[in-house]
Design a protein around this ligand. Sequence first.
Ligand SMILES: [Zn+2]
Length: 180
Amino acid sequence: MKFVCAKLRHLDIRRMHRKRLLRPGNVLYSRWTRGSINIDVKSLHSIVLRYSIPHDDGERRQVEYPVALTWTDCHLGGQRPYFQCPACARRCLLLYSRAGQFKCRTCHDLVYKTQRVDKSKRMQFRTNKIAMKLDWTDDNMSKKPKHMHRKTFDRLQYEHCYYDLQSLIALCEKFRCLPT
Ligand SMILES: [Zn+2]
């Protein structure tokens, strides 16, 4: 099935969900300022973006960009979908396109400022990924998910702490503020 959406510079998962487009097997189509994008809904947990970007030789090349989806329970029943940002693994409702890549707003700003991913960010990426597994949000970072084994929870909690610390150490090293 093909759908034609309005012009987009970003992807809005609330909108896709509201229009009931997130059904496995659906192919969504949207026109951009230059070119277009196809969104394959592979499953409720993964979509693939297909679009073309300009290369140094002036040609446009086709890109496949997989993005994971996560779902959380709503208080009043039902579930709410989120994109998992391909760069930081955090949950987000909007993915922005810049320089041929789709990322959350925070990541695009960070990349814009630093122009590279350093060790601190790689460690932070791992920390965020574990937080996703644990279903932790910024205001709730200690609860064990209902169906997770205690052993798994303890291990993930430890790893979360470890990578978070590594990220901080890397940041301190970068700015030379660690005592030697
Ligand atoms: Zn991000």
